[in-house]
Ligand binder design. Sequence first.
Ligand SMILES: [Zn+2]
Length: 184
Amino acid sequence: MSAPIGCKNAPELPENYQNLPKLTKMTPENQRKFMQKAIEIARLGVEKGQSPFGACIVTDGRIIAYAHNTVVATHDPTAHAEVNAIRKACQKLKTHQLSGFSIFSTCEPCPMCFSAIHWAKIDKIIYGASISDAKSFGFSELELSNKQIIDLTGSKMSIQPGYMAAQCLELFEYWHSKPDKSPY
Ligand SMILES: [Zn+2]
């Protein structure tokens, strides 16, 4: 098992971000850092007894919020990483709309999270592992892929599947190795 991936250099959005010049470029370097942040927070969650999912919301090339899954800790079946990150981002910015934002998720968002991302008006989902991968590790996923949801609904959501998938899959292996894991 490799060491936790650090991302000390990932740019984070300061409180006064609205006064800053727009950083419109999503560079490959930034994209890698953003997924690393999602992986890092997921790994922290596993260390705290949570399940292996992390998400990071970004805009203008900067991180606005990130979170891991807290279903077990908070006795809240809806506390998936993506939902937690959306709540943090919206509360931080005092808005319910994240148009122009992207979400990096270590795993393909489940149908509940895809819906939350839709309602938040986030434009793009970049994910690593797939819903099928999560299911294969024992999570009772509804096996409806983001692609299928888009095809069924005509959603304009942009998706980038399989990004840094190997590192995201390692999270499942790490979680699986823990004696206190709690699949649901
Ligand atoms: Zn979910």
